[in-house]
Design a protein around this ligand. Structure first.
Ligand code: GTP
Ligand code: MG
Length: 351
């Protein structure tokens, strides 16, 4: 009897064990059926993590924001150190075409006057149509991996990426949102408070470009356009190269490559030209990348990190300039400062 009770208790404990934490990649649905169970899980997760009022990300963010004390953090990876402003992709559609960081920013970094911008975590939302390659783009940069099979993102996912820009620690919080319509309402609750938006389309798929405006409108409902950097990214550029290769091999009479091919190379380049025009119009910076080959992926995210860092430092400096001098506490080891005099007086009296 005792034995049966023990067995029963063990079974109950086993059955009530919480599910193990899933890795980011296993959090994605492998099939529509899997998708449903994960959807329910994600919905519950997002509801339980969301405070009653927006922004929804706040509590979630708090769990992943690095502690301000650097002691508990590993050093920034050597390949995440930015010492110069990375170039834009095309001058036709760039947020700015300066060759280097703003002088004020460089001086502030040298003088260690970046204030709250140093150690800051910038929220970056990655959005766009279903299966355009948002998750692959993030995974290529953060994990240097590429998955050929499509696994829809359920709701939202995120990655933290730490950088050092001009000697100052700086992090990007990359929010990978689902493109599927049924998850849009969950994903949109995470848009608020973003410092940058990356709208992704597929350079081989004109309809994904047509829907960019809709994504932008949704993002703007939650954010002030003047305080946000916008990027328009065309993905799957390798397919365009493949299309050219096929056309060339057809014209030279060599065996034609088979498989699912995108539209003709001309059409694809028309899509890109249209994308550059659109980027100019909506004041976004245009990039074309390939998560499969890795082409321009690192350069793109370095540019995002650099421009968001620059904007954050400039905003911080502006705030400090508009603040009355009496509100600013200067920490200095200058013995001529009033604070130091007070301290030295006190220490001599206690001797
Ligand atoms: N050839 C090629 N295929 C890509 C590239 N990027 C993504 N893909 C493929 O496109 C499909 C969709 O990629 P995902 O990254 O999952 O797309 P997504 O935008 O995150 O999709 P949702 O999460 O549903 O919104 C996958 O089969 C990928 O392998 C690329 O650069 N080149
Ligand atoms: Mg995805």
């Amino acid at each position: 009897m005792e034995f049966a009770k023990d067995e029963y208790m063990k079974k109950r404990a086993r059955d009530s064990d919480p599910p193990r934490a899933r890795s980011r990649s296993s959090d994605r649905a492998a099939s529509p059926a899997d998708g449903f169970s994960f959807t329910v899980m994600k919905l519950l997760l997002s509801c339980s993590l969301r405070p009653p009022t927006r922004p929804a990300a706040c509590r979630f963010v708090a769990q992943v924001t690095p502690r301000t004390s650097m002691s508990g953090l590993p050093p920034v990876r050597k390949d995440r150190i930015i010492t110069e402003l990375p170039r834009c992709f095309t001058k036709e559609a760039a947020l700015h075409t300066n060759e280097s960081f703003h002088n004020k920013v460089k001086t502030a970094c040298q003088d260690e006057r970046t204030g709250g911008a140093g150690f800051a975590v910038c929220k970056v939302i990655v959005m766009g149509d279903v299966a355009v390659g948002k998750t692959c783009l993030i995974n290529r940069f953060c994990r240097d991996t590429f998955d050929r099979s499509y696994k829809a993102t359920i709701g939202v996912d995120f990655e933290m990426e730490r950088f050092e820009v001009l000697g100052v620690p700086f992090s990007l919080q990359l929010w990978d949102t689902a493109g599927q319509e049924r998850f849009k309402c969950i994903a949109s609750t995470y848009y608020r408070g973003a410092q940058a938006m990356i709208i992704v389309f597929d350079v081989n798929n004109a309809s994904s470009l047509l829907r960019v405006r809709q994504w932008l409108d949704d993002a703007m409902k939650e954010n002030d356009p003047s305080s946000m950097l916008l990027f328009l990214v065309g993905t799957k550029k390798d397919l365009r190269v493949r299309a050219f290769a096929v056309i060339l091999s057809r014209s030279s009479g060599s065996p034609v490559q088979t498989g699912v091919l995108p539209q003709s190379a001309d059409q694809v380049s028309e899509i890109e030209q249209e994308a550059i025009r659109l980027a100019e119009e909506i004041r976004a910076e245009y990039w074309a990348v390939s998560a499969l080959s890795g082409q321009s992926v690192k350069e793109f995210f370095f540019r995002v990190a650099s421009l968001t860092f620059e904007a954050a430092v400039l905003a911080e400096l502006e705030r400090n300039e508009s603040r009355p001098a009496s509100d600013i506490v200067r920490i200095t080891n200058d013995s001529s400062s009033p604070g130091a005099k007070r301290k030295s007086r006190r220490s001599s009296c206690c001797q």
